[in-house]
Design a protein around this ligand. Structure first.
Ligand SMILES: *Cc1c(COP(=O)(O)O)cnc(C)c1O
Length: 433
């Protein structure tokens, strides 16, 4: 027992009796770094506060969604106004239409959109849609990319799965697993081989264009283009899972994701995280001729009691409006840059090999001197060193994701002082690693 986390330790013990592992999503349990996860009492701006009264600069931001920081006044006001008017109707509202328009404005290659309640739900829907549309069964995914806990997409997934190293989870049937083919990220030749063998069976290739669930790994030049070309030729679909990328990698020119950043046109796009402004919201967007196959305009079934929830939509709308204010997105990008450059530089001074990656407002560091281009490279980074670093930073008030395979995120609420303090803390910690 440590005095510093006394209340959290008590809460965890209570939780473990009635919630599996004491948490409602695995990576929160700190399995890969050990120790007790702080139970969070409150968040404000760039900071979170735990039940023991410890304060942290938060670089997790609920795993990405909170691009304006905690309890942003515009988002809070929008959510309160919405909830006062009734929190759910299970009937269409005008706000959903406005919101769909707003999102699509930033994804000009997408024609239509369906709202769901999570990223997992979006990816589940997209897989069914791709299979229903093409009449084919096989899905190709990339090792280390995470698309939610959909049965067919858990093979070689990153995120919590990478942390817990569950090779293939029990509970997924052989038939389901057998319909998923995995290839290394950034390896177009491996993908070509799959298409050479079974091109007529592939319903879709699903990819995180800028993966963030094995740490942030920029796509090699030509890789994403190659995926689209191969699927087009084979009559299958490309699904860009932009649940994490959406409104995090590109906003400057009115663009909303990696597809606008790189100028690409996938068939289907998945969104989540930022678009809900911290509330449960996801979306499947796509080309009209594909999307119209969803019920009720088409025969592929998809539904949701809370889909398009008014409170989530209002919070999402307020978030996107705030983000478009001049300088907001750029400011976050600059601060993210400053943080990564600072960490790499103090690591170098301390003689610690560190690989830093950043795309837009997504970033990560790997304790390795080698470039990280795929999941295997990411796994070669020094996990023991990460653990020590993580706990030392946490003790000193800097809250990073408790896994070497997760991205770090900044918000418009992070100040230069936050970044300076983080770099100073890291400088001190690196000397002791
Ligand atoms: C977070 C994430 C998901 C899953 O979203 P949930 O809302 O957690 O279900 C899917 N894909 C990617 C790329 C993600 O980062």
């Amino acid at each position: 027992m440590t005095e510093k986390y006394k209340e959290s330790e008590k809460a965890l013990k209570r939780a473990q009796k009635i919630i599996p592992g004491g948490v409602n999503s695995p990576v929160r349990a700190y399995k890969s770094v050990g120790g007790t996860p702080p139970f969070i009492a409150k968040g404000l701006g760039s900071k979170i506060f735990d039940v023991d009264g410890n304060e942290y600069i938060d670089y997790v931001l609920s795993w990405g969604p909170l691009i304006l920081g905690h309890a942003n006044p515009a988002v809070v006001d929008a959510a309160i106004t919405a909830v006062k008017n009734g929190s759910s109707f299970g009937a269409p509202t005008e706000m959903e239409v406005e919101f769909a328009q707003e999102v699509l404005k930033h994804f000009p290659e997408m024609d239509m959109l369906r709202l769901v309640s999570s990223g997992t739900e979006a990816s589940m829907t997209a897989i069914r849609l791709a299979r229903g549309y093409t009449g084919r069964d096989k899905i190709v995914k990339f090792m280390g990319c995470y698309h939610g806990h959909v049965d067919s997409l858990l093979s070689d997934a990153g995120s919590g799965k990478a942390t817990l190293s569950i090779p293939s989870t029990p509970g997924v049937t052989k038939t389901t697993a057998g319909d998923t083919i995995t290839v290394p990220f950034n390896d177009l030749d491996a993908l070509k081989e799959i298409f050479d063998e079974i091109r007529d069976q592939v319903a879709a290739v699903i990819v995180e264009p800028v993966p963030g669930n094995m740490g942030v790994i920029p796509p090699s030049s030509g890789f994403l283009e190659g995926i689209i070309e191969l699927t087009k030729k084979a009559g299958s679909l490309t699904i860009f899972d932009e649940v994490m990328n959406g409104f995090r990698v590109d906003y400057k020119n009115g663009g909303g994701g990696s597809q606008t950043l790189f100028g690409l046109s996938p068939d289907i796009t998945l969104l989540g995280k930022v678009i809900g402004g911290g509330f449960p919201l996801g979306a499947v967007a796509g080309k009209r001729e594909i999307m119209e196959n969803l019920a009720p305009s088409g025969g592929i079934y998809q539904a949701g009691t809370l889909s398009g929830n008014p409170v989530a939509v209002a919070a999402g709308m307020a978030t996107l409006k705030e983000l478009t204010r001049p300088g907001i997105f750029d400011g976050i990008v600059k601060k993210t840059d400053k943080l990564i450059e600072g960490l790499v530089s103090v690591a170098k001074d301390a003689g610690i090999p560190l690989w830093g990656a950043r795309v837009g407002t997504m970033a990560s560091i790997f304790f390795t001197e080698h470039p990280v281009k795929n999941f295997d490279d990411a796994k070669k980074a020094d996990g023991e060193r990460f653990k020590k670093y993580f706990h030392e930073m946490l003790k000193n008030g800097v809250y990073f994701a408790p896994s070497p395979f997760e991205a770090l995120f900044l918000s418009s609420a992070h100040t230069d002082e936050d970044i300076d303090k983080t770099i100073e803390t890291a400088e001190d910690v690196f000397k002791r690693l």
